[in-house]
Design a protein around this ligand. Structure first.
Ligand code: DPM
Length: 325
């Protein structure tokens, strides 16, 4: 007699931040899982993270890793939730003991976008006037744009997407830089004035992809998540995350990447830049996509040989000096 395999009927509790973007992403995951497992119940549990509460301090100065993820992780470790949906780029490369990256879903366009104030609607990044003020809290965006456009000025900007767009429209900035993926997901693609090419700004590790975290031993959840896994995205992101982990960069460092997969070959480009944009090291590696992590580790070593470590050490010292003030 063959055993009867029944569909799972469990109630699955999904942890999410409360921001509009986080909820759009979480509801998408909930909908996909519900479609595949009609006999399970998928509940969304929202939580505030430290990153949602501290809104007046530049991200880089808070320095803490897992700013947007920690409370969601505690929820899973205390068995109050079963999985958590994150923008993969906000998920630290080292996860707490007992938790793993259960799946990576298909990536949106990972590029950065320029959003301009109305008065600059006939301009591009390369034609903005000297002294134009660009809003970003990303050291990665700042360093790369300074490198290419030393005549532009940069000013911190925090808050959710709507807050940032309002600050731009009110005239506090000439332009701001946001992820294409976030604008797409919120139905605000019309605000994208220019998609910034990879030659100018390499995107953040994991940008545009969702990462779903769960308890390492929860095989039932790990099995459920398989329907959301997108292997090429996962391979690209594993390579990118291995690079970041090996360079020991937190989520707030000027490290940018780009990845492509052709056939079974993965190409990873990585760069590290100083905050003044004057030093920038960049290199590329290609190899079998199934060795994604190894490629990330090797590229990190190549970048180190070219001075990446010294650039990062100087930035950590700079940030620490600023934290004291
Ligand atoms: C991280 C950074 C930013 C977010 C740093 C970086 C941007 C901060 C800023 C690690 N997390 O990108 O170099 O520009 O002030 C964040 C966004 C998304 C996820 C928003 C954005 C949406 C896109 C995605 C914030 N986290 O980058 O515009 O899912 O990748």
């Amino acid at each position: 007699m063959s055993p009867i395999v029944s569909a799972p009927t469990r109630t699955v509790r999904i942890g999410s931040r409360k921001s509009q973007l986080a909820l759009v992403q979480t509801y998408w995951v909930q909908e996909q899982l519900q479609k595949h497992y009609p006999d399970c119940t998928f509940e969304v549990h929202t939580m505030s993270t430290q990153g949602d509460k501290i809104l007046d301090v530049a991200l880089a100065k808070i320095g803490d890793k897992g700013l947007f993820t920690k409370e969601l992780e505690v929820g899973m470790l205390q068995n109050e939730t079963d999985l958590a949906v994150h923008s993969l780029k906000d998920l630290p490369t080292n996860l707490p003991e007992g938790l793993i990256l259960g799946c990576v879903s298909e990536r949106e366009n990972p590029a950065d976008a320029l959003v301009v104030h109305e008065k600059h609607k006939d301009k591009q990044l390369e034609t903005l006037p000297a002294g134009a003020v660009i809003g970003t809290s990303s050291l990665r965006r700042l360093a790369q744009l300074r490198h290419h456009y030393p005549h532009l000025e940069f000013k911190d900007i925090r808050g959710n997407l709507n807050t940032r767009l309002a600050k731009l429209d009110e005239g506090g900035y000439d332009a701001i830089i946001l992820a294409v993926a976030g604008l797409h997901r919120l139905g605000m693609s019309d605000r994208i004035h220019q998609v910034i090419p990879a030659e100018i700004s390499l995107h953040a590790v994991g940008q545009g992809a969702l990462g779903i975290e769960c308890r390492a031993g929860d095989t039932e959840i790990l099995n459920l998540l398989k329907v959301l896994e997108h292997t090429p995205t996962a391979q690209r992101c594993y390579a990118e995350r291995a690079l970041l982990r090996t360079l020991e960069g937190g989520c707030q460092v000027p490290i940018g990447v780009n990845t492509t997969i052709e056939g079974d070959q993965l190409t990873l480009t990585g760069m590290v830049a100083s905050l003044d944009g004057k030093q920038l090291v960049k290199d590329t590696i290609t190899g079998p996509a199934e060795n994604a992590e190894q490629l990330g580790i090797e590229l990190a070593h190549k970048l180190r040989e070219q001075g990446a470590q010294e650039i990062l050490a100087e930035i950590f010292a700079q940030i620490q000096r600023e934290q004291k003030h």
